[in-house]
Write a protein that binds this ligand. Structure first.
Ligand code: COA
Length: 256
C-alpha cells in the first residue's frame, strides 16, 4: 500500500521514457496508480505491448509508443501523439538509458558515443520537445534519472559517469531557465537497485561487485512520485541520491 494518497496525480499526464521495462516500468506503474495517465516510450514493441497490458490490467490509462530517444523525429512523434490523445503533458521522466560495464580501454569510440547519445543527448531531445510543445506555456515537472557518480571517479563506468553528470548539469540549467514558467526540473541518482538489467550486467562482468547495499525499483519510483507531487512544489534544480548512503559510505561499512 502506498504512503501517498492514490489521487495525488489525478488528471495528470506523464511520459516515461524507457517505461516498458525495469525501473521505468515501476515508475510508470507508480505514477499511474496515483491517478496519472502514462505514456511509455521504448525501443522495442514487444516489451511495450506487455507493459501496456499490465498497466491497463491495473486500471491505468496507457499509451505505448516505439521511440529511440536518440532520434528527435521519433521523440516529437511521441509528444504529438500524447497531446493528440491525452491533451497535456504534466510530467516527464527521462529514464531511458544505455549502459555496459567496461574499463576505459575496453570501451570503443562508438560504445562511448552510444551511451552519451542515449543518456545525455536523449534526455536533452525529449526534454526540449516536451518543453516546446507544452510545458513552456503550462508548466510541469521533469525528472531526470541520473547516477551518483558526480563527485567520484567510478571504474567500469567512464561513459555513463560522464553522460549522467552532464544530465545533472542539464537538470540545473533547465531548472533555472524555466523556473519562471512553472517548470520544476530535478534529478534522481539511484544507487544499486535489485533485479535490474544494469545490476545483472555488472554481476556478469565484474566478479564480486555486489556491495550488498541494494534498494528496490519501488524505492526509486517513490522518490519520483514525491518529486513530481505538490509536496515538492518548491524543490527544483536538485539531484537526490537514492542509494541508502552507499556513496557517502566510502569505507563501505554499511555494506558489511
Ligand atoms: N563492452 C564493450 N563494448 C560494448 C559492450 C560491452 N559490454 N556492449 C556494447 N558495446 C559497444 C559495441 O561493441 C559498439 O561499439 P563498436 O561499434 O565499436 O563495436 C557500441 O557499444 C554500440 O553498441 P550497439 O549494440 O551497436 O549499440 P546500441 O545503440 O544498439 O546499444 C548500448 C546501446 C551499447 C548502450 C547497449 O548496451 C544497449 O542497448 N543497452 C540498453 C539496455 C541497457 O543498457 N540496460 C542497462 C541500463 S542500466
Amino acid at each position: 500500500m502506498s504512503v501517498f494518497n492514490e489521487h495525488i496525480l489525478r488528471d495528470k499526464v506523464a511520459i516515461v521514457t524507457g517505461g516498458a521495462t525495469g525501473i521505468g516500468k515501476v515508475i510508470a506503474r507508480t505514477l499511474g496508480l496515483h491517478g496519472a495517465a502514462v505514456v511509455i516510450a521504448s525501443r522495442k514493441r514487444d516489451v511495450l505491448d506487455t507493459a501496456k497490458a499490465e498497466l491497463q490490467a491495473e486500471g491505468i490509462q496507457c499509451l505505448a509508443m516505439v521511440a529511440d530517444v536518440r532520434e528527435p523525429d521519433a521523440v516529437e512523434a511521441v509528444v504529438d501523439a500524447t497531446l493528440e490523445h491525452l491533451g497535456r503533458i504534466d510530467i516527464l521522466v527521462n529514464n531511458a538509458a544505455g549502459n555496459f560495464p567496461a574499463t576505459i580501454d575496453n570501451i570503443s569510440y562508438n560504445g562511448f558515443k552510444a551511451v552519451v547519445d542515449i543518456d545525455l543527448l536523449g534526455t536533452y531531445n525529449v526534454t526540449k520537445a516536451v518543453y516546446t510543445a507544452f510545458m513552456k506555456d503550462h508548466g510541469g515537472a521533469v525528472i531526470n534519472i541520473a547516477a551518483p557518480f558526480e563527485h567520484w571517479g567510478v571504474t567500469y563506468q567512464a561513459h555513463v559517469a560522464a553522460a549522467k553528470t552532464g544530465v545533472i548539469s542539464l537538470t540545473r540549467t533547465c531548472a533555472v531557465e524555466w523556473a519562471a514558467r512553472g517548470i520544476r526540473v530535478n534529478a534522481i541518482a539511484p544507487g544499486q537497485v535489485d533485479d535490474t538489467e544494469g545490476l545483472d550486467r555488472f554481476e556478469q562482468a565484474v566478479e564480486g561487485i555486489t556491495s550488498g547495499l541494494s534498494g528496490t525499483k519501488q524505492d526509486i519510483a517513490n522518490a519520483v512520485l514525491f518529486l513530481v507531487s505538490d509536496a515538492a512544489r518548491f524543490i527544483s534544480g536538485e539531484c537526490i541520491r537514492v542509494d541508502g548512503a552507499a556513496c557517502v559510505d566510502m569505507l563501505k561499512v554499511g555494506a558489511e
